[in-house]
Design a binder for this molecule. Structure first.
Ligand code: ACO
Ligand code: OAA
Ligand code: MG
Length: 302
């Protein structure tokens, strides 16, 4: 279903989504200073059981703070079948989060269930119906098998994301630097997301001090076609944004393609040749994407 809400939120740029542990008052109070495309307050696996209630209160207040008004806020709630999920959802929707991140999504029914609760809470608290977005994280073999159904399960979905730390546990393996064990899951998520017209996000890179390893993984998922990545540390933000910025060569080429296409359109031609290479509609579309990424991220420092 196409609504003004999901059209706008499905096309928003989200290269970087920074996880901020919900129980860490210091991090919660100043995470807005980091220029991530979205901040993702966490109430799930970074919060120990005895801090769940305190974390929920901290995040609820942060959501309403004026300093967080200009940044997109996502909150990872606990699963609805846990002791905390419903209380989290009440606080987060009432607090005005832009997007709820559902962890460990195994089936389309998981999405339908949280959608039903979000609609109820929106109606009860007077929040505009449909204004809370959803992001489903897939973190199991079952979830990957169901990725297409999950991606199509709700008009609120802005995207689906891989949660690789839990996923490799389910596969009974470990993450490797090359990520061969994640290739099937990454391709499944990307295919499912694109088939539903929503965004695809890669998982966290957990070694906050290994820039080379992070960049290797980020280049890989950028090449696969992901819109962005979940992050754990602010130092990863600029590394990722720079990687999403086009090179000077790609930028110049995209400019030439768009200029040639505009001239051809004025002359009533759909296909033109640029330095011997065919320029037609998919080439022009991709060139426009490069120019829009340059407008946002600048030109890559190499
Ligand atoms: C598998 C999963 O579920 S992953 C998702 C859940 N996990 C998380 O949310 C973890 C988020 N990340 C972190 O907690 C931390 O970055 C760690 C534990 C990985 C590393 O911690 P540190 O070594 O202390 O980080 P580092 O020394 O780089 O911190 C530098 C500064 O950035 C801040 N910072 C670090 N990570 C974050 C973050 N995720 N959000 C906000 N601020 C952060 C620190 O508070 C510190 O601020 P200060 O200079 O004002 O004191
Ligand atoms: O979703 C993520 O990237 C973090 C996470 O929970 C996981 O990897 O299991
Ligand atoms: Mg997880």
């Amino acid at each position: 279903m196409s609504t003004p809400h999901n059209e706008a939120r499905r096309s928003r740029i989200r290269r970087s989504m920074l996880f901020v542990p919900g129980a860490n008052a210091a991090m919660i109070s100043n995470a807005f200073i980091y220029r991530a495309d979205a901040l993702m307050f966490d109430l799930e696996d970074s919060v120990i059981l005895r801090e769940k209630d305190a974390a929920r209160r901290l995040v609820y207040h942060a959501l309403q703070h004026p300093l967080y008004r200009d940044v997109e806020t996502i909150v990872r709630v606990n699963a609805l079948d846990s002791a905390f999920g419903l209380d989290d959802l009440e606080a987060v929707v009432r607090g005005g989060a832009d997007i709820v991140r559902l962890p460990k999504t195994d089936t389309a029914q998981d999405v339908v269930d949280i959608e039903t609760e979000i609609s109820r809470i929106e109606a009860q608290c007077g929040r505009e119906p449909g204004s809370t977005g959803l992001l489903a994280a897939i973190e199991s073999a079952q979830g990957i098998t169901q990725a297409v159904a999950i991606a199509h399960a709700s008009p609120r979905l802005i995207g689906i994301a891989l949660g690789a730390e839990d996923y490799v546990r389910d596969l009974r393996t470990e993450r490797s630097p090359e990520g061969v064990e994640l290739l099937f899951a990454r391709c499944s998520i990307l295919q499912a997301a694109r088939s539903a017209g929503i965004q695809a996000f890669d998982t966290v890179y957990s070694d906050a001090n290994n820039d080379a390893g992070f960049l290797y993984e980020a280049a890989h998922i950028h090449q696969l076609g992901f819109d962005g990545k979940s992050l754990i540390n602010p130092r990863q933000i600029d590394l990722l944004h720079n990687l999403y910025a086009p090179t000077r060569k790609a930028f110049n080429q995209a400019q030439q393609i768009v200029e040639a296409a505009e001239t051809a359109a004025l002359e009533g031609r759909g296909v033109v040749s640029l330095n011997g290479k065919m320029v037609d509609s998919p080439v022009i579309e991709r060139a426009r994407l490069v120019l829009s990424r340059a407008a946002l991220s600048g030109i890559r420092d190499e």
